[in-house]
Every structure is written in C-alpha cells, then in structure tokens.
Design a protein around this ligand. Structure first.
Ligand code: PPS
Length: 291
C-alpha cells in the first residue's frame, strides 16, 4: 500500500507534493481570453458546477462527450501533477474545446497571472464551512492521495487551524470574496443556493457567461445535474479513479446542507461558532448552514 502524503508549508499555505511539483508550469500557464476558470476550496461543489458548465457549452454540440470522457478530463485540474500521469497543465494545453473549462483549488494569491492579464471569466463556489469540513473529512478517509485525516476530533481542530490541503477555508473564501469586489469577471456561487434552487443558479450562470440556451435545454440540464443523476453517472461520479475507495465513502456522498449536525457535537459546534465570528467579519458574505 502507498503511504499517504504529508502536508508541508508552501508560501504560507499547507500543500502536498501533487499540487506543488509542477509549480513553475502552473505559474507560467498561458491562459486564453475565453478560458473559464472554475475555483473552489476542496469539497465545495466544484464537480457539480464543472458539469453544469460543460453541459451548457458542449451538451448539445457533442453529446458523445457525455458518455465517453470523465469530467476530470473534460475540465482539467490545473495544478494536479502525479508522476507518470499527464499533468493538469498539459491536459489543459491539449484541450480541443473552446472555451476551455479549467478547474483549480488554488487560493486567490496563487492563480497564474495570465488569467488576470486576459481578464478571464472565473466562477468561484463556496460552501458553508461546517458541511465543507464534514465532506472533506470523508474525502480524506477514502482518497489515498490525500493526507491521513485521523480521528474526527483532530480533523476538526486542524480545520479550525487552517492546516488542511489548500490551507485555511476561512482565508480561501474570504480571499476570493474580496477579489470579487474589484474583479468584475468573477461570479461567486453558494453551494446552498444551488441546493435550494438549481434552476435559478443555472440562470445566473448563463447570464454571467453570456449564454442563452432554450428553456427546455435549461430544464434538461437542471435535471441532469441533480445529485442522484450525477451519482449514477460514471462520467461524473469519479468511480473510474482507482485511488478512491468507495467502500470507505463514495465521492458523491450525500450532497446535502446540514449533514454537519450528524458529526459535530454540541460542544464542537459552539467552539466552531465562536471561532467563526472572529475569522468571518465581513457581513456581506453570509453562508447558510441550513436551508
Ligand atoms: S472535489 O474533490 O474538491 O473536487 O469535490 P467537490 O466536487 O468540490 O465537492 C464534492 C461534494 O459536492 C457534492 N456534490 C453535489 N451535491 C449536490 N448536488 C450535486 N449534483 C452534487 N455533486 C457533487 C458531493 O456529494 C460532495 O459533498 P458531500 O457532502 O461529501 O456529499
């Protein structure tokens, strides 16, 4: 069995080798003006939004793509670099599509400068920290390429301290929220809003992207991207990835708002809420832990 990767400090953010070993190529990545960068802290719903965008752009023109290419190849993971596997930057360079949809979990300060220079569209997804933490915990249990999660109580503590892959959740969502105030091509989506009304959020995405699919097409996409449908779909459920052990926990796990209540003790929730108030002091950013 391969050993789990270790976190280390990388310019002030906890990282693992798989996301830093190709750093020079990531930083010098040449974006194109029509590239769309899809960004989120891990486990905030990036696969969901990637699938929506892929369907909006290519669902009609190339339906075979939907049955033959897994979502992680259609939407390359920019900084991912596993030895003897094609890297995220290479995959992105070779993408035949226009626009190219590119995924990253990078905090805002690490985004390659070419995306800013070309004024690329960016979609950021944020999910409330409690559910995000729970989803991350189960992901780290099942994914051998992630650091060992340890017991829930120590994982909880580590999350509050920001010692997670990609660093502090608080810095990530705050950093991107702050960027939105000065960068107009950034659309900030909340996972909870998507759960509440997926169709409404698809509308908003279309308006941000300048797309005008028919009402029927939008209805069909909204249905196709529902949790149960994505969970059954081999091209979106990650069942083709060998390092993930679905017997421990499936990638498409619950897809709900409020699952944190099944994991947090009352005491943990109180500690969390106190700490949250100190770190999240911009009243314009409100994330719901229940809907
Ligand atoms: S990753 O590994 O960072 O790319 O994961 P990511 O895709 O960002 O997040 C995975 C969580 O998103 C849930 N998910 C969905 N929820 C509702 N509806 C749909 N369609 C959907 N697709 C993915 C997925 O189940 C993970 O959340 P949890 O809470 O673990 O179920």
């Amino acid at each position: 069995m391969t050993s789990r990767p270790q976190l280390f400090d990388f310019h002030g953010v906890s990282m693992i080798q798989c996301v830093t070993r190709n750093w020079e190529n990531v930083q010098s990545f040449q974006a194109r003006p029509d590239d769309i960068l899809i960004v989120a802290y891990p486990k905030a719903g990036i696969t969901w939004v990637s699938f929506i965008l892929d369907l909006l752009y290519f669902g009609q023109s190339s339906p075979e793509r939907q049955t033959s290419i897994p979502i992680y190849e259609r939407v390359p993971f920019l900084e991912m670099a596993i030895p003897s596997v094609v890297s995220g930057t290479e995959l992105a360079d070779k993408l035949p599509t226009s626009p190219r949809l590119i995924k990253t979990h990078l905090p805002v300060q690490f985004v390659p400068k070419s995306f800013w220079e070309h004024n690329c569209r960016i979609v950021y997804i944020a999910r409330n920290a409690k559910d995000n933490m729970v989803s991350f915990y189960h992901f780290d249990r099942m994914n051998l390429m992630e650091p060992e999660p340890g017991e829930w109580s120590s994982f909880f503590q580590r999350f509050l301290e920001g010692k997670m892959l990609y660093g502090s959740w608080y810095d990530h969502v705050n950093g991107w929220w702050k960027k939105k105030k000065t960068y107009s091509k950034l659309h900030y989506v909340l996972y909870e809003d998507m759960i509440e009304d997926t169709g409404r959020e698809v509308e908003k995405l279309c308006s941000f992207l300048g797309l005008s699919p028919s009402a029927e097409e939008k209805r069909a996409i909204t249905c196709r991207v529902q949790f149960d449908n994505m969970k059954k779909n081999k091209m979106t459920n990650y069942s083709t990835v060998p390092v993930m052990d679905f017997e421990v926990s499936p990638f498409m796990r619950k897809g709900k708002v409020g699952d944190w209540k099944n994991h947090f003790t009352v005491a943990q929730s109180e500690v969390f809420d106190e700490d949250y108030k100190k770190k999240m002091n911009d009243p314009t950013l409100q994330l719901r832990t229940e809907i």
